[in-house]
Design a protein around this ligand. Structure first.
Ligand SMILES: [Zn+2]
Length: 238
């Protein structure tokens, strides 16, 4: 559960919304790798919906930049270029500096506690080797901070950037790279608690620089085709 609601672009049809969310989640949680073919026929069969519905979902996911529609070839999980990856992190540094500056005036003990709980849950997920939960919690920390900042537009932009960052780490991250360092999140909380805006903004910039610096923009391994059905019909972890 993130604090931010996704845009209701496939609202009005429960099935489509569900299909949309399942595919989006599988991509963001990196069960579907960048470049994976999303065949319309296979998806119709898996979800028991019409081709027109699947097409609408795929178009919607392409607007969110997590799916790429290639002319005459169909839909694929987006494969962000190096340039796009750089630009996403540049945008995050700008957006999240603004978020931290707003959050510092609005943060309360209860909200700090919530951020701390996310860090603890992330550490716990990592210690039991649950990479998917850790990915989700890393993103949740940033979105929770955005919710504290209280600017819905910044939250919506960040929601998209966090999803795209996950794809970027899937494409260029080192094996077993965790998204976020819990220690770095901890330092950010300390700066927020002390009301030190300069330090908090610097901690966020340093944190995002660090994630970007760990990416390897030269790797290009071949990957085997995934089992779409078992990935997409997997129940979400609690
Ligand atoms: Zn982080």
């Amino acid at each position: 559960m993130t604090a931010v609601t996704t845009k209701p672009s496939v609202a009005g049809n429960g099935n489509e919304k569900q299909v949309h969310d399942r595919i989006h989640r599988a991509i963001v949680e990196r069960r579907l790798e960048p470049g994976t073919k999303l065949g319309e026929e296979a998806l119709c069969d898996i979800f028991g919906v019409s081709r027109a519905q699947i097409r609408r979902v795929l178009v919607d996911l392409s607007h969110a930049k997590v799916v790429e529609l290639r002319p005459n070839r169909g839909a694929f999980v987006a494969q962000p270029s190096v340039r796009e990856a750089r630009h996403v992190f540049e945008a995050r540094r700008a957006i999240e500096a603004a978020i931290v500056e707003r959050a510092i005036d609005r943060v309360t003990e209860a909200k700090l506690r919530k951020l701390k709980d996310i860090i603890d849950a992330d550490r716990e997920a990592l210690s039991r080797g649950d990479g998917e939960a850790s990915i989700k919690l890393s993103g949740e920390f940033h979105l929770c901070l955005a919710a504290i900042a209280g600017n819905q537009v910044l939250s919506e932009i960040l929601d998209e950037l966090v999803a795209r960052s996950s794809l970027i780490i899937a494409a260029y991250g080192q094996a077993r790279q965790s998204d976020c360092s819990a220690d770095e999140h901890g330092r950010l909380i300390e700066a927020l608690r002390n009301g030190d805006a300069g330090k908090a903004v610097a901690a966020m910039a340093g944190h995002l620089n660090h994630i970007e610096a760990l990416l390897n923009f030269t790797s290009n391994e071949a990957r085997k085709p995934p089992n779409l059905r078992s990935i997409l019909l997997k129940e979400p972890s609690p």
